[in-house]
Ligand binder design. Structure first.
Ligand code: SF4
Length: 469
């Protein structure tokens, strides 16, 4: 597989490409980063939803009832411990990262308000139409190598007739659906492909999908089923566009008729104009030699960074190829023999930040500081045969290895709580993983590119480039 491209496109990136292919190209390869202003509050609300959905929300689910305030009130009352834990974790993480000044006095109230808003949206649109699910799993990463897509679904609700519904929580802005509406709509459809893959092994099999919902403050967007062929094809075409760009290709990107960003002079509009003009001038060969050299160097470096990004997914391609070609059991055995994965673990103990796993008979050859993913082999407990890369998992780092035991640090206390809820009762497999730093590496290149243009092209000796921004 050494020469195979190993890129997967994230659902949120597909959604970006669906809104405007240029918007995707601004992130990759150019490295423009959109600003998220209040992500601390949004992340905390996400954490609360991830622990409340399988517990307090499921317990208080009321099908067809119209008193939304009463439903939200009971969930909030029962979720007091969860809220307290998630707020404490957010403050702790912000302090650890030296960002405590970003925690406002109103932090906890804001979190409560947004949680309440999402619950009203959920009760009004989802609970009213759909009966109580039998199980909920949250923050689940699904990788579909066959269709080169990956995504993290906020919540999947399962019904006893094997059907499922998926939810994306939009907790970042009170009116999120108004501002980010189109992107959110594309994202939920891309995530529905992944859910289809998880439950049927085929992204095009919609037979068990009962709904997808983007839940925001006081409401929800739920695409009408069945989703039309035209929409499905658009998402697949844009996924293919994004995949080609990541693999180093230069597919044609068409500016949309109505551009939601540049026509309103939005956040990335000036960067978009800059790169479109930059490429046009480069093709005309009108740049001064010094700038042209810097520009070419930066573009080349960016594509090398993208190549590295592909490498972060190589383990998943190996896992997929082995299990597809040999069957899941034989494929996993083969990879265990080769020392690529480590199967047969059970949870032994849990503390605030880490979990200790153990297995019988076989010693562990993992090394401390390795980034890994713990996968729960769900299909052994479940009617559906869920592909291994679509099962519940959590990412972590090996802390300590002791004979047949391994202790793994998870990123936050909330991730440990989630693991306790969903993961640790299952037979566990440890697979290698990587941290993807692509955006962090590309962003300084973008800043440097713009600085070089400012300094060289805006120089009075190059006055014809003044319009270049
Ligand atoms: S400014 Fe408009 S054309 Fe440019 S990337 Fe954004 S949406 Fe697309």
């Amino acid at each position: 597989m050494a020469n195979e491209p190993t890129h997967v496109v994230q659902s949120t990136e597909i959604a970006t490409a669906c809104v405007c292919p240029f918007l995707f190209k601004l992130s990759y390869p150019f490295g423009v980063v959109g600003g998220e202003r209040d992500y601390l509050i949004a992340n905390t609300v996400h954490d609360i939803m991830s622990l409340a959905t399988p517990t307090t929300i499921l317990d208080n689910w009321q099908y067809g009832v119209k008193d939304f305030e009463a439903i939200a009130g009971s969930i909030i009352k029962d979720s007091a411990n969860i809220i307290e834990k998630c707020v404490a974790n957010a403050i702790d993480v912000a302090k650890r990262d030296g960002r405590d000044s970003s925690i406002l006095d109103t932090f906890e109230n804001e979190v409560q308000d947004r949680f309440h808003g999402l619950l009203i949206g959920l009760a009004k649109r989802v609970m009213k139409k759909h009966p109580q699910p039998v199980r909920a799993v949250t923050e689940i990463t699904i990788t579909n190598i066959r269709n080169v897509q990956e995504g993290r679904i906020d919540a999947i609700l399962e019904y006893d007739n094997d059907c499922y519904g998926i939810i994306d929580w939009k907790s970042n802005e009170v009116n999120s659906v108004v501002t980010g509406g189109r992107k959110d709509a594309w994202q939920i459809i891309a995530n529905m492909f992944l859910a289809n893959y998880r439950y049927t092994g085929d992204e095009d099999n919609w037979s068990k999908c009962c709904f997808g919902a983007v839940v925001y403050n006081d409401g929800a967007y739920m695409p009408r089923l069945p989703i039309s062929e035209r929409i499905i094809n658009k998402v697949k075409i844009d996924r293919n566009f994004a995949h080609q760009v990541l693999c180093g290709g230069t597919p044609y990107a068409e500016k949309p008729v109505v551009c939601p960003v540049c026509d309103r002079d939005g956040e990335s509009a000036s960067d978009c104009r800059f790169y479109r003009e930059d490429t046009r001038s480069a093709n005309l060969g009108v740049f001064p030699e010094n700038y042209d050299k810097i520009r070419k160097l930066l573009i080349k470096r960016r594509y090398l960074v993208l190549k590295e990004r592909g490498e972060t997914h190589r383990h998943k391609f190996v896992l997929h190829t082995a299990t597809e070609n040999l069957g899941e059991e034989a494929g996993l055995e083969e990879l265990e023999r080769a020392g690529v994965i480590h199967t047969g673990y059970k949870a032994k103990s849990i503390d605030d930040r880490s979990v200790t796993l153990s297995r019988e008979n076989i010693r562990t050859f993992l090394e401390p500081r390795k980034v890994i993913r713990i996968i729960g082999n769900e299909h052994k407990n479940h009617v559906n045969d869920i592909p291994i890369l679509a099962c519940i998992s959590e990412k972590g780092m090996v802390k300590q290895v002791n004979g047949k035991e391994v202790t793994i640090d998870l990123p936050t206390t909330i991730a440990v709580e989630r693991a306790r809820l969903h993961l640790l009762d299952l037979p566990l497999t440890i697979v290698p993983d990587e941290i993807n730093l692509t955006r962090r590496v590309l962003e300084p290149m973008h800043r440097f590119h713009r600085l070089a243009a400012d300094l060289i092209l805006h120089d009075e000796n190059n006055s014809e480039f003044i319009g270049h921004e």
